[in-house]
Design a protein around this ligand. Structure first.
Ligand code: F6R
Length: 617
């Protein structure tokens, strides 16, 4: 949430504005309520800012150009305190001499009392934001050393925040501070960068520094220095960004989401890569949790939000099946406040694409405080949740830019399968021997997704015909149930259509009242060899709703003829074993939401009100 960029370079180049705007373009997925920049310009700091997307700011910059500068900061906002107006757009100024500007991601929880104090002292405010309070405090604290000023101000702040500040009297300096909110450092040659994530500077350098919580970083053209909030010197942890700028570009597709849907074979394949030995056994040295500890686990709790939580629901079926360890899935924001029952024998698995989701982060911290072992399934190196966990299993989906998650979902499910099969292998039991066979089949899934993506023509047509539809329902059972929920979520967020996912068995307990003639219903059908006769039960559910006039859009495996008499449309997916089916059945639902959104002329990559990385509670 909120994208932040900071830059210092050589005064000969004066390219701060270009670098900051390029960074903002790459970070715009984090929030697009407004955008703004501040550049150090002689004895003052110049700002331009505008409500709406980055394009609006660019238009302002054309009308009112800024002088070339070598030091600047930029911000793209997801509004929390104060509406998405020009006045509330960042950067915010502190003091009255026009020398200081601040940008911020997060929430300053005690801003009311701080603002009251400043108002009593006669300070005037130009916005409704909590950020402006910080800017005013910084201006008052500044006494020739911006880092020291930042240190004294953060000591007074409660909440989660990333802050960047520039001051005209320190023209070659950008100071950043972070607490429970993302900030990474990019190290260039004679120029240095700060960003909410590495996308901010990937066009310039792949050398990066991770910061710990409660640290302040000061960048100059010559380097970066880090101190803890208490003033003790610290050092960031260096890492190399493994993807290049092209990975964060559309590569010929109209939207990032379409590109990311087509990257799904790689997301699954790369997440499996390097995790098996020659004999087909899983090797997860990266987990850094002893085999004995993993053998001793008697309970698993998965914490996540949104799409990642649906990946967790799929994982529950698979891990319980393979290991017989009870698995619970909790929405991270509920887990934190429900007195969860965990012990040192509980493995708490967090799932997060961004690694920054505040609710998930807080759930992980809570679990650790309660003594649980914590593993993070995460897509973003250098992010906070893996750092706060005992261990990490990275998904290798590459950068996900579209706000709606697609390839990360498949990679999360894959990583959870890997974790489940590894536990099965380690602990023995009936599934230990079968783990290798499941893994072998998993390796065939990328090819099947590729094949499936090549046959989406009819799904695109159905989406176009349904552009005026007001409500769509999704049904599934077993691992198809979270897929139905994910299909509904994609449609809500991308096409702004009422959509609900149900467990097909629950239908008769109420939701069937929603069915009226013409109501479109997607049904995710399990493969014919799914245990417990589930396939037959779902076929019966299709008949029940069709008898009441529903228009049935059936997602079924190739060769499943039993569904044919009851389907208005059949979308075929390649056959696979029941537990792995979500990696295929969700794909047509993603494609459907994408094309329905496009047919309605909506912004696929940046749907209204959303932001990619939810770093506030
Ligand atoms: C939906 C979507 C969200 C995220 C959720 C968690 O398309 O993207 O529901 O899945 O906000 O985000 P991460 O995985 O970054 O923790």
């Amino acid at each position: 949430m909120c994208g932040i960029v900071g830059y210092v370079g050589s005064s000969a180049d004066g390219k701060a504005l270009d670098v900051v705007l390029e960074g903002l373009a790459r970070l715009e997925y984090r929030g697009y309520d407004s955008a703004g920049v501040a550049l150090v310009d002689g004895d003052h700091v110049s700002t331009r800012k505008k409500a709406g997307k980055l394009a609006n700011l660019r238009a302002v910059l054309e009308e009112q150009p800024l002088e070339a500068s070598s030091t600047g900061i930029g911000h793209t906002r997801w509004a929390t305190h104060g509406g998405p107006t020009d006045a509330n757009a960042h950067p915010h100024r502190g003091g009255t001499d026009g020398k200081l500007a601040v940008i911020h991601n997060g929430i300053i929880e005690n801003f009311h009392s701080l603002k009251g104090e400043l108002l009593d002292e006669g300070v005037a405010f130009a916005s409704e934001t909590d950020t402006e309070v910080v800017a005013q405090l910084l201006a008052r604290a500044y006494d020739g050393d911006l880092t020291e000023a930042m240190r004294s101000v953060v000591a007074r702040l409660e909440g989660a925040f990333t802050l960047l500040a520039v001051h005209a009297d320190a023209p070659d300096v950008v100071v950043g501070a972070r607490r429970n909110s993302p900030l990474v450092v990019g190290l260039g040659d004679g120029e240095n960068f700060l960003g909410s994530d590495v996308a901010a500077f990937i066009g310039y350098t792949r050398n990066a520094l991770e910061l710990e919580q409660d640290q302040i970083v000061t960048i100059t053209p010559a380097g970066a220095t880090v101190v803890n909030f208490d003033g003790t010197p610290a050092q960031g942890k260096a890492f190399e960004v493994t993807w290049d700028a092209a990975a964060a570009e559309k590569g010929g597709y109209d939207t990032f989401m379409e590109k990311e849907i087509h990257e799904q074979p790689h997301a699954v394949g790369d997440t499996l890569l390097g995790r098996t030995d020659e004999d087909g056994h899983l090797v997860l040295d990266e987990l850094r949790i002893s085999e004995q500890q993993l053998k001793d686990i008697d309970r698993i709790t998965i914490v996540a939000c949104g799409t990642a939580a649906y990946a967790g629901m799929v994982a529950k079926y698979a891990i319980e099946h393979w290991t017989r360890i009870p698995v619970e899935v909790a929405l991270a924001h509920e887990f934190r406040y429900c007195e969860p029952i965990v012990s040192e024998r509980t493995l708490v698995v967090s799932i997060s694409q961004s690694g920054e989701t505040m609710d998930t982060l807080m759930a992980v911290k809570h679990a650790r405080d309660l003594g649980a072992l914590t593993v993070s399934v995460c897509n973003t190196h250098g992010s906070t949740i893996p750092r706060e966990s005992d261990a990490v299993l990275y998904t290798h989906a590459g950068p996900e830019i579209a706000v709606a998650s697609t390839k990360a979902f498949l990679a999360q499910i894959t990583a959870c399968y890997v974790l489940g099969l590894y536990l099965a292998q380690l602990r023995g039991g009936s599934y230990a021997d079968d783990a290798a066979a499941v893994l072998k089949e998993l390796h065939q899934v990328p090819g099947k997704i590729e094949q499936l993506l090549g046959s989406m023509g009819r799904v695109r047509e159905i989406a176009r015909f349904m552009a005026d539809t007001r409500s769509v329902l999704f049904l599934g059972r077993h691992v198809g149930y979270p897929v139905a929920m994910e299909g509904a979520l994609k449609l809500k967020e991308l096409a702004y259509i009422h959509a609900e996912g149900f467990a097909a068995g629950e239908l008769k307990h109420g939701p069937i009242a929603l069915i009226e003639p013409g109501q479109p219903v997607f049904i995710v059908v399990p493969g014919p060899d799914t245990p417990h006769g589930l396939h037959g039960k779902v076929v019966s559910n299709i008949q029940e709703i069709r008898a009441r006039g529903a228009r049935t859009l059936v997602i079924a495996q190739e060769g499943d003829t039993a569904v044919e008499p009851f389907a208005d449309e059949i979308i075929r997916v390649p056959a696979t074993s029941p537990m792995l089916a979500p990696l295929l059945t969700v794909v047509p639902l993603q494609v459907f939401a994408l094309h329905l959104s496009t047919a309605k002329g909506l912004d696929v990559d940046q749907p209204r009100n959303l932001a990619k990385s939810v770093t506030v509670e």
